[in-house]
Ligand binder design. Structure first.
Ligand SMILES: NC(=O)C1=CN([C@@H]2O[C@H](COP(=O)(O)OP(=O)(O)OC[C@H]3O[C@@H](n4cnc5c(N)ncnc54)[C@H](OP(=O)(O)O)[C@@H]3O)[C@@H](O)[C@H]2O)C=CC1
Ligand SMILES: C=CC1=C(C)/C(=C/c2[nH]c(/C=C3N=C(/C=C4\NC(=O)C(C)=C4C=C)C(C)=C\3CCC(=O)O)c(CCC(=O)O)c2C)NC1=O
Length: 292
């Protein structure tokens, strides 16, 4: 049995606790039990789980795994602390807010022989799974992914990082990308922002990625993917699944802990994650250079 701790009790942290308290039966997730949670606030028991201090979480021998569910600006330090303490880490995306720090942390995990896993629930959604099937074998001519959502709190980082899930969709669907230009509109007083990134596939086909957030904007994705033979303008519905998105991610993390994910798969996933973070970094740099 592996003991675990959940760090940061917001939306994601609460869902992690719920899943750890009720793991999918007869699955590898039953091999992890939750021993406590860490929060910067003083909280009552949550879902029957007790708060413990960070020091205790880092030092206890019966805690082997940490789930990092804090806001994005805290991930890097949280991951480093737990890896240094010899604990496996599952972190909610994005792992960190720069490509360099992610490379560092991954090297640290490797040195220590620990699993470092970045959650990507967006890849488990029924619409994504169906979309991937629908476009397989098709040749892209041009595409657009436009995300809208409510304002994020300040500590979620630059939009290319907080929106890494959309970038990950594009990379998984269309392969490695390059950034050609970026436009950022920010109205801080209105809590409004719109980032438009122009990307190119390796076949030099243009992709536009838009992250737009503001009060009253509902969480939604609008797509327009033009292929040689067909144009997709709506996300397919996909088949609803009985296992929740975070539980699916937990199962993948557990397979890694048990050594059931092949070295080749791990390498491919790591390359994808680092490529996305590198693109996110590039998008941020281009914006800062243009607005300087
Ligand atoms: N929400 C989602 O559906 C998804 C979230 N993620 C990722 O999960 C991470 C966390 O996101 P999310 O849980 O949505 O963010 P939240 O804003 O809900 O929580 C972030 C942190 O803020 C603190 N916090 C939460 N509620 C309060 C409060 N009422 N008052 C003061 N502090 C509070 C908690 O830390 P503490 O307990 O230490 O105070 C918590 O860990 C991010 O990296 C995000 O990208 C990824 C996929 C999906
Ligand atoms: C209602 C308020 C609400 C909040 C505050 C919220 C927060 C929230 N949802 C996220 C992702 C996500 N959130 C969801 C889905 C949901 N998440 C949910 O809380 C619910 C009810 C669904 C409904 C299925 C999915 C699938 C992702 C992955 C990112 C993506 O699909 O692009 C993220 C990570 C950053 C991002 O990718 O945008 C945050 C911070 N989601 C919300 O819906």
């Amino acid at each position: 049995m592996l003991g675990s701790v959940v760090v940061g009790i917001g939306i994601a942290g609460s869902v992690r606790m719920r899943d750890l308290m009720a793991p999918l039966s007869s699955s590898a997730a039953e091999q992890i039990s939750i021993r406590g949670f860490v929060s910067r606030r003083s909280l009552e028991d949550q879902q029957g789980v007790k708060q413990i201090s960070m020091t205790e979480a880092l030092s206890r021998d019966d805690i082997h795994v940490a789930f990092i569910c804090t806001e994005n600006t805290s991930h890097e330090e949280n991951i480093r602390q737990f890896l240094e303490a010899g604990k496996h880490v599952c972190v909610e995306y994005p792992m960190t807010l720069s490509h360099t720090s992610a490379v560092d942390l991954w090297n640290l995990a490797q040195q220590k022989g620990l699993v470092l896993h970045e959650e990507h629930i967006e890849l488990f959604t029924p619409d994504f799974k169906q979309l991937k099937k629908d476009i397989s074998g098709k040749t892209l001519e041009e595409g657009k992914l436009h995300f809208t959502g409510g304002p994020l709190k300040a500590n979620f980082g630059f939009p290319s990082f907080s929106g890494i899930a959309r970038l990950t969709w594009l990379v998984v669907l269309f392969g490695e990308l390059t950034v050609t230009s970026v436009d950022l509109v920010e109205e801080k007083e209105n809590k409004y922002m719109k980032m438009t990134a122009h990307l190119l596939t390796q076949q030099h086909k243009p992709l536009t990625w838009i992250e737009e957030r503001g009060p009253g904007l509902g969480r939604a994705k609008h797509v327009e993917f033009r292929f040689q033979d067909v144009t997709i303008t709506e996300l397919p519905a996909g088949q609803r699944e009985p296992v929740g998105l975070f539980m699916q991610d937990l199962l993948l993390f557990c397979r890694k802990l048990q050594g059931e994910v092949s070295a080749a798969e791990l390498q491919a996933e790591r390359n994808r994650i680092l490529h996305c973070l590198e693109l996110a970094d590039r998008i941020q740099q281009i914006t800062e250079n243009t607005h300087a």
